[in-house]
Design a protein. Structure first.
Length: 335
């Protein structure tokens, strides 16, 4: 069977963990399948480059996400997705919000060819009535035949709009099936704060501070986020990338996974800094008010938004196995 996996991780490192985890889930569900990977964000990336230029150079303030969605519908770029024949397309991750519109061009092209589409480990950043209306429109209009959700809220909002729907798990929980880093030669904790100032942390001989946006789309290609985020986006932060020590920026997913595999504790406002830390058996605490935190429900030994927690490894193993069976069931029913 030929499967097209639409990747998402141009936006941040955490999406890379989702993509690689999704590939591991697919491999386990359909052994010996042929997976072709393609960015699902080609047109949106081009649109975002133009939006950044207008915002940064002309000081024109507007909703970048909405502009990308509008440009995505109006533009046409070449993609690998349209150049391959496939039995099924899979889109993983946090796409059940305005981000689904960013993929609309490639999803519509696949739908026009009658290629079935499955959303794997899907969730959203917002479940407002307006957002639900937008997402439901696309679920109805596109050839989305199946969905596994990574949290109960997503299932409750959207399961009735997709023929085959299941309560699943975030694909990044499969990341240890893809890669297990070696041991570090020293102890440290990790602090990943891209959205808010770093809180007071426990004393440690060393604190490593990963940045989850090592590269960002800009008007002249890709520019280092260490400049963009410090000077423009996070100017008001009391602690910046320039004043902290042991900042960590890499273009390798495995480098980030090495940090989270070896950090005794992880403190973060990034969901997918916490997920791999927990998967590898370490403790994590999450600092951000978002519905996305629902993906941890029933999987940890406490409230990750209030305290350091560890993963219930048995519960996660069971959910991973269930999602593999769910995905296999969707395939057998639709392809």
């Amino acid at each position: 069977m030929d499967i097209l996996l639409l990747k998402t991780w141009i936006t941040n490192i955490g999406n890379g963990f989702i993509d690689q985890g999704a590939e591991s889930c697919i491999d386990a569900s359909i052994p010996n399948c042929d997976i072709t990977t393609s960015s699902g964000l080609g047109e949106s990336a081009l649109a975002q480059a133009g939006c950044n230029f207008l915002r940064d150079k002309l000081r024109f303030d507007f909703d970048i996400g909405e502009s990308i969605a509008t440009s995505n519908r109006a533009m046409s770029t070449a993609t690998v997705a349209e150049l391959v024949d496939t039995d099924l397309a899979v889109l993983p991750g946090c796409v059940l919000d305005r981000h689904l519109e960013w993929y609309e061009a490639v999803l519509q092209e696949l739908s026009d060819r009658n290629v079935p589409i499955v959303l794997l480990g899907a969730g959203g950043k917002s479940y407002s009535p307006q957002m639900q209306q937008r997402v439901r429109r696309q679920l109805r209009d596109l050839n989305i035949v199946g969905i596994t959700t990574r949290d109960d809220r997503a299932y409750e909002c959207y399961s009735q709009y997709v023929e085959h729907a299941y309560r699943g798990i975030d694909c990044a929980f499969y990341i240890d099936d893809w890669f297990v880093p070696e041991d570090a030669n020293q102890e440290f904790i990790a602090a990943t704060f891209d959205h808010r100032p770093e809180p007071n942390l426990p004393e440690s001989d060393r604190i490593i501070r990963p940045n989850h946006r090592p590269l960002m789309p800009g008007q002249s290609g890709l520019i280092p986020a260490i400049l963009k985020t410090s000077v423009q986006m996070y100017r008001k932060r009391s602690i910046s990338l320039f004043t902290n020590s042991d900042n960590f920026v890499s273009d390798s997913l495995k480098d980030y996974l090495f940090v989270y595999r070896n950090a005794d504790e992880t403190y973060a406002d990034r969901i997918h800094a916490c997920v791999p830390s927990l998967v590898y058996g370490n403790a994590a605490r999450f600092y951000h008010d978002t519905p996305r935190v629902g993906l941890f429900e029933g999987l940890t030994d406490g409230d990750i938004s209030q305290e350091l927690v560890e993963l219930d490894q048995e519960a996660v193993a069971n959910k991973k196995s269930e999602q593999i069976e769910q995905f296999s069931s969707i395939i057998s029913e639709t392809v």
